[in-house]
Design a protein around this ligand. Sequence first.
Ligand code: HPA
Length: 281
Amino acid sequence: MRPGFQDRVMAAVASIRDSSDFAHRFSPSLALVAGTGLGPILDDIAVGARISYAEIAGFPRSTAPSHKGELILGQLNERAVVAQSGRFHLYEGWSDEDIVLPVYILRALGAARLVVTNAAGALNSDYRVGDAVLIADHLNFINRHPLKGPNDDRLGVRFPDMSNVYDRGLRQAARQAAETLGTPLHEGIYAAVHGPEFETSAERRFLRLAGGDLVGMSTVLEVIAAAHCGMATLGFSAVTNVATGGPEQQPDTLEEVLANAGQGGERIRRILLHMITAGSL
Ligand code: HPA
């Protein structure tokens, strides 16, 4: 990271704190990031403050479809949460640092846990459109590394451990919540690619052979940053399209992704609410 990144984080946090009395006093312990088509996951939040990204010093602006571009501070089942409605993707042209800046801000606001969600294609032929998948681990085929450059020891260590990056205990709690609710939940590996083009069929078969169950264009840089700054991460994908690259492969469209995110998103929403109520998140 470039020298001065920490100042950028602190300036953004100051502008959030200064935006209202509520924001000034607010101390969230949990952060949520809503992915493409997954905004409704945040609908249950009793909103204390909404801060448009444009009001936050040095914050990028959301340009991805269906991403609103605001930070929400509020209560979710009595739990103080901060939520990012709209995230940033490399394919929009943002730098690695722009992508991970919000994570350090969420951490600096007080959140020690991070829930990331995304829309993803299914490399695994057992998955169906509308399924919810707990992310067990990831493969970074984006091939970008946000911690590159001098390390700022105030933010985290030089060589963060990534062996349990999607927290084992939180995953166990998520499986438990899904079982109690009777909500189907797969668990799989998320392969991240740069985009914005969808993958070729050969690339998808390669990603499957490499061990991926899901493919998407986000999440992994943020999760690397979360590991760096000591947050425990839980991740979910909503399966929006078949991405096996096999004979059954159909053309991909954004419309399909947006139309199909809601079903998996609703399952993820229920699991998260249950976990919060049960005190396991
Ligand atoms: N590939 C990459 N990103 C995606 C996909 C996909 O098939 N579906 C939703 N996001």
